[in-house]
Write a protein that binds this ligand. Sequence first.
Ligand code: PCA
Length: 326
Amino acid sequence: MTIRLLPSLPVALACAALAGPAAAAEWDMPTPYGDSVFHTQNIQQFAEDVAEATDGGLEITVHSAGSLFAHPEIKDSVRRGLAPIGEVLMSRLANEDPIFAVDSIPFLASSYEESRALWEASRPMVEEKLAAQGLTLLYAVPWPGQSIYTQEPVESTEDLEGASFRAYNAATERLAQLMGAVPTQIETGDIPTAFATGRVDAMITSPSTGVSSQAWDFTSHYTDTQAWLPKNMVIVNTSMLESLPEDQREAIMEAAAEAETRGWEMSRAETETKMATLEENGMTISAPSETLSEQLSEIGATMTEEWLEDAGAEGAAVVEAYEENL
Ligand code: PCA
């Protein structure tokens, strides 16, 4: 007697037909920032849009606040396919290529209009650099402008000399050094503890991060420099994207384009509302003094020069395209 281990072809086909449509794909999505942050809320909406457009065929589960992978590991986890999709601060990849840091130079692009022009000028190159690593850029959204948080009023960079200054990328480290402060890298979730334990005395970040970290608990002055708008970007593992059925791929690309438009609007709206929250909680909001403005724009010029030197012909091409877009 022969024992048949495999069902005959007709039986296999019948089983497949009974199983109905292909099982839903489930994607885990690591992100660095907390649930109350507008970037995360935008991503939640993106995930809902994808689920809806695919009739539940592609479910994206968002793991916020570095709960699945810590911020420094997110890009590599997506590249290696440990997570199909994730979010990172673009300028955190500056050590791989200076192009990723173009949005973190003080006063190169400090309004939403300039920031948009810079993004249009730099996007193709960012996409190319990511593609070389098997990654596809889905979209990018800026944080509101970066402003200074301190205990005491800041009239000039001399007031920050020797201060421990919280940094979140290479550019904020360099900025701290150029102001005579001492940079320390701290993730957003660790900001309150870093101030409470005296590891840092000052920081530069958006009103959004000021509010999500309750900056009024450990600083009292917000100096409204709005010096640059660094972006978060959502990236996907290209081969995992390509392994999806075409309609699901299209659903992702469409939801991503909507998330980009929505995210830029959310960011712009946050600048005012979150500054108001800082004020309601007792922080003093002030415009930078003339001296501070001059000093910071000089530092911006230095950092632009350094970046251009670093980024070579590619950097020059991006800045040229940016100026044409303005
Ligand atoms: N918030 C993030 C990046 C820029 C921002 O506004 C942070 O402070 O780390």
